[in-house]
Design a protein around this ligand. Structure first.
Ligand code: GN1
Ligand code: MG
Length: 362
């Protein structure tokens, strides 16, 4: 690995010699390394080297163009907002494709802390603020300038159609093992796909969205615990604002890990939901339309079913998309997300009431 990192560092004209490097295990798609250089004056400077998964991101150059447009826009319009700094090669590109067709990019490392989970409602509210602010900062950005890098990424209707098509093919002979899961998803198919259908019909505004709003995609200041910057801009595309809200609470309000195998530990925490809603809606209530605010809970349920379907689809088609740590990892992830969806369903009325209450108190 050292030699590869060295070659990549040279391409991006980084100064000094590699002093140390570590693999960062976060993320289910790309591979990330933190590489620290010692410069001539003996100071240390760290970078993130990322190997982009081109099986998932078929057009990585388009992704880099999207990222460039969005970060440049934010930097120009909000000069005090810290944005990610991508390095350029001699050819002026913010990526480097090495001989084996591996796609690399290099970002300045920001000294910070991230949370995979937290009990701190203040941090959760700040996460909501950070994603809400990201949404409002881009509210006047022309979405037509962005490539749809993964078409239909959060098109829940298409995701479920794909799942059921693969269920009938049963290419890996795994369907009999997951009949219960499939039956539950089938019973929720209409309600979970409703918003995506209304979005396709043009009833729901098309906005520039982040599309992967897990709380570990916000960097926080180590001391003040204030958000510094929203990261992981790979999936910035036109989409539904409420799905950004939804994916965030799906992750942050789960009392267990996203891939917890003991599903008796999986619940949807309403206090965490409230804290995130307070932060997010506080930022966005002026720019979002009533149709968006009134569907936040439905969006939360829908995206949870969608992710369960994506994990399940990957499981029955042979685990080609999400990185798996063990053979049934995608099945475990599916069951965990379905358990969460069931708890969201049970608490639906209470969650609707919380959204109303949060809005009244703004
Ligand atoms: C993937 O790799 P990561 O953690 O950034 C996935 C998201 C899922 C998430 C589930 C491009 O994101 O959509 O919500 O896993 N990203 C892509 O953990 O498919
Ligand atoms: Mg991501």
């Amino acid at each position: 690995m050292f030699n590869v990192l060295k070659e990549v560092g040279q391409k991006f004209r980084l100064q000094g010699e590699i002093y140390s490097y570590d693999t960062i295990t976060m993320g289910n798609i790309n591979s990330t390394y933190k590489v620290t250089y010692m410069r001539e004056d003996k100071t240390l400077k760290s970078y993130l080297f990322q190997k982009v998964n081109t099986h998932v991101f078929k057009n990585p150059v388009e992704i880099m163009e999207n990222i460039d447009r969005v970060t440049t826009y934010i930097r120009e319009k909000f000069p005090h907002q810290i944005t990610l700094h991508f390095h350029h090669t001699d050819e002026g590109l913010n990526y480097y494709i090495c001989e084996e067709d591996v796609f690399w990019r290099v970002i300045n490392y920001v000294d910070s802390v991230t949370f995979n989970s937290t009990e701190d409602l203040g941090v959760i509210e700040s996460t909501g603020k950070a994603f809400g602010q990201f949404q409002t900062q881009l509210s006047e950005f022309n979405g037509a300038l962005l490539h749809e890098t993964i078409p239909d990424f959060h098109n829940t209707k298409k995701r479920l159609d794909t799942l059921f098509a693969h269920v009938s093919q049963d290419a890996c002979g795994r369907v009999s093992e997951v009949e219960e899961e499939i039956a539950y998803i089938a019973s929720k198919r209409d309600i979970a796909t409703e918003l995506s259908v209304r979005f396709s019909n043009g009833e729901i505004p098309k906005r520039v969205t982040h599309n992967d709003t897990k709380c570990n995609n916000v960097l926080f200041d180590k001391k003040t615990k204030e958000p510094i910057v929203v990261i992981d801009l790979d999936t910035i595309m036109p989409g539904m604002a409420m799905y950004d809200f939804a994916d965030a609470v799906r992750f942050i309000a789960n009392t267990a890990k996203e891939d917890e195998s003991d599903i008796s530990m999986v619940f949807f925490d309403t206090a965490k939901f409230r804290a995130f809603a307070k932060g997010f809606i506080g930022q966005t209530h002026k720019s979002l339309q009533p149709i968006e605010i009134s569907n936040l809970v439905k969006a939360t349920f829908s995206i949870t079913i969608e992710l369960a379907s994506r994990f399940l689809d990957d499981y029955i088609t042979g685990d080609k998309y999400f990185r798996c740590a063990y053979p049934k990892h995608n099945l475990v992830r599916t069951r965990c997300q379905l358990q969460l969806a069931k708890d969201i369903e049970r608490k639906w009325d209470e969650l609707e009431w919380i959204v109303k209450d949060v809005i009244e108190k703004i």
